[in-house]
Design a protein around this ligand. Sequence first.
Ligand code: ADP
Length: 403
Amino acid sequence: MSSVDSKLYQYAVKTAKEAVALDNQGKKRQAINKYQRAAEILMQFMKYNKNPQMRMLCQKNIEEYVERAKILKSHLGGVSPRKIQQVERPSVSGVDDSEASAVSSEEQELIDMISSTIVTESPKVNWDDIAGLENVKQAVREAIVLPIAKPELFKGARRPWSGILLFGPPGCGKTLLAKAAATECKATFFSASSADLLSKWLGESEKLISSLFKVARLKAPSLIFMDEIDSVATKRGEGSESGGERRVKTQLLSEIQGLKSTYDKPLLVLGATNRPWDIDNAMLSRFEKRVHVPLPDMKARAGIFKIHTEGVNTELTDEDYVELAVRTEGYSGRDIANVCREVIMLPIRELDMSGLLESSDEEVNVRDISLKDFKKTLKKVKPMTNQALIKQYNDWAEEFGEV
Ligand code: ADP
């Protein structure tokens, strides 16, 4: 099986399992949707998979799912599909029971659809978990947190930016910033990666996008975070993109264009990209505010080392942290986090290799980590971003960015 095939198959299995779980809980309507989805996905899978045994198995499963959906439907009896029902518990997390509102079955179907593909969560990231980036944090608070938390201040000409773009090298805190913003303003947070949006093999990306925006409106105040936005609307694809890709892009453009967050129901879209120069002009113009999230400066790097060694015994002084920051020019936050993870494991690895972790009743003494450990590890872990790339970000920021 190719990786796309096996992904599709796994997705079908996952959906079927969810259907069975809902069925067991007596959530008939949701179970019906899931059984139907699982059958649809398997049908797609069969288009590509020619293995006769696999096809037979799929055919059998499809029949089972369709049959079960039929039975459940007959149990629903005369309930009109449009009848407003109270959701037992919205399947979109981040919305607590007290907020459970009347949702039509059609809307429930949308919620089911996006919740199996798009991550919705209540992030718990505080601004203090992000070292440095003071200007960026301020810009993100102004563009996202305040319009959602204090919508009454953002009416008339002082309307919020509906599309905000975070751009910069990978691993420098774009996702962290989005999560911190969502945590502070208590918005429902939808996180979609371009891989979700472009799930072409399901042939339903457009429906997925429109469902995402509908549910986000329903659950407003909402923040939609779209990572790797460049892959949905890439310049490289212009002219050569398939009809499907073009439709997805057009759908997304029109959703962002049509975003009218009324002041009591704010809905903002936050895009993120490591390749801002690849975003096509139509999409770029939808992101009115563009915020550069650069590589961490010296002070930020020292802070990132501290954050990622928190709670672990170290011999490190403040001067040592500064020395580490000096030695890691060009490293991203993720690079530094990886170095810390590696170093933190050293004492444990040593204990393990000397067999000291084998007897469970003896108390083991884990040694403190030292500057020497870091120096050794830094020789092995090199930064991912080079000077030429940094210049490319700076040039782009100068021409198109804001911060
Ligand atoms: P991206 O810019 O690619 O979205 P992320 O926000 O996902 O990057 O960051 C990747 C990881 O790197 C984070 O989970 C965190 O561990 C670490 N990191 C990056 N920047 C910072 C920072 N400024 N402060 C603390 N940790 C950071």
